[in-house]
Design a protein around this ligand. Structure first.
Ligand code: SAM
Ligand code: SF4
Ligand code: FES
Length: 383
């Protein structure tokens, strides 16, 4: 079915089909990613973003490398195996520095953890440097498929963002993209176009969140469209790209108390507790009403476990590569070692997926009780 046809389905049918597809690939597993918002400084001025350069009310911060390594190490000790470092386009985070930081983190984490970066658009050679340093995934949303709107909102063309995505894919990154729903001027047709563009990119990860107007931005007076379009986009993309990892986003939880659970029930399979310092979380205010600002991200995990259980899912702390990426990586490895190994590589990639699935279920089973005990009562009230 096409994006238009999927989005025309009644919500309940669309969500049920997407949930079925998600469980067929990932079972009840919900991968955890520890998120660190390392800098709210940015040279860019995207009209939608609360930390845009021109918002003089923002108290700016930029974490040091030691602080970042310590926060990631703490998450690793708590059993997390996938970490996302995200920030504005901060001139202090040069590609060289990011490459050195990635290399330090890789030494600390070993190979069983994924290291994901999200710092916007860079030159291909800079992406290459951070990949050589040890980063293995990159997130970069295209934000909207409408070329005029994209240029108006971001001050640079959609084509530039798309060529960055091409570069990342060519370099062998596990690549994530996505978009905001409900941007001013968006329609049912533009939602279908966004879904179709995301599907055509063939990413390994897709992040979709509702646009939430920030009063300190030029779009502060516009009206948000709530959770509905984001849920429908997630569900449609789950059906178009069954193997992609898709987070139930913080923005979804910020527009509706049960937004993340509803996204998990509509095809999402990832949650991203924010493991950064509490002060940093408050100042990384992309939009108002952001959740989990006062909690230590590690204590969110207990809460997230209960939220996942309400929709019949359970947390999984493993690095959780997408099956599409695992296959590509296995093929690339086997190509390096000749044609025979290539055929074996195809088989191994398939077998590895099944084993990983079985292992995940066993590993997670023992954690449920402990997590239920540490769940945050304040957050449960919010739900
Ligand atoms: N600077 C990098 C970039 O732009 O790709 C990464 C950080 S940026 C803050 C991460 C994401 O935040 C963006 O891709 C955008 O989709 C989202 N975002 C920004 N402002 C938002 C808003 N007002 N409502 C919802 N999401 C927002
Ligand atoms: Fe900067 Fe990213 Fe915000 Fe744009 S969306 S202003 S690039 S942090
Ligand atoms: Fe953060 Fe509930 S998920 S406190």
């Amino acid at each position: 079915m096409t994006a238009v046809e999927l989005l025309a389905l009644p919500d309940l049918e669309l969500f049920a089909r997407a949930d079925h597809s998600c469980r067929a690939t990932f079972g009840p597993s919900v991968f955890l990613r520890g998120l660190l918002e390392v800098s709210n400084r940015c040279v860019r001025d995207c009209l939608y973003c609360g930390i845009r350069r021109s918002n003089s009310k923002v108290r700016r911060y930029s974490m040091g490398d030691d602080e970042i390594v310590a926060a990631v190490a703490r998450g690793h000790e708590a059993g997390l195996r996938s970490f996302v470092l995200q920030g504005g386009e901060d001139p202090d985070f040069t590609p060289d520095r990011l490459a050195r930081l990635a290399s330090r983190l890789r030494q600390r984490l070993g190979e069983d953890s994924a290291l994901v970066l999200s710092f916007g658009t860079m030159h291909k050679s800079d992406y290459q440097a951070i990949k050589s340093g040890g980063a293995d995934r990159y997130l970069i949303r295209f934000e909207t498929s409408d070329e005029d709107l994209h240029t108006r909102l971001r001050g640079s063309p959609l084509a530039r963002r798309l060529s960055a995505i091409d570069d990342l894919k060519a370099l062998g990154f596990e690549v994530g993209t996505g978009f905001m729903t409900g941007l001013p001027g968006s329609t049912e047709e533009s939602l279908a176009a966004d879904v179709a563009l995301a599907a055509s990119i063939g990413p390994d990860m897709i992040g979709i969140g509702p646009f939430i107007p920030h009063p300190g931005t030029p779009l502060g007076e516009s009206e948000g469209r709530g959770l509905g379009p984001a849920l429908r986009a997630v569900a449609a993309l789950r059906l178009l790209l069954p193997e992609a990892n898709m987070p139930a986003t913080t923005a979804a939880g910020s527009v509706a108390p049960d937004g993340r659970e509803r996204m998990l029930a509509a095809g999402a399979n990832v949650l991203m507790p924010n493991i950064g310092p509490v002060d940093a979380k408050r100042d990384y205010e992309l939009y108002p009403g952001k959740i989990c600002l006062d909690e230590d991200g590690l204590s969110c995990i207990g809460c997230l476990s209960i939220r996942a259980m309400t929709v019949g899912k359970r947390l999984d702390r493993s690095r959780g590569d997408s099956p599409s990426f695992e296959r590509r990586a296995a093929l690339a490895r086997s190509r390096e070692s000749g044609p025979r190994a290539e055929i074996a590589g195809r088989h191994n990639a398939e077998a590895g997926r099944h084993n990983a699935e079985a292992g995940r279920h066993n590993a997670e089973a023992g954690r449920h009780n402990a997590e239920a005990v540490t769940h945050s009562p304040d957050c449960a009230q919010g739900a």
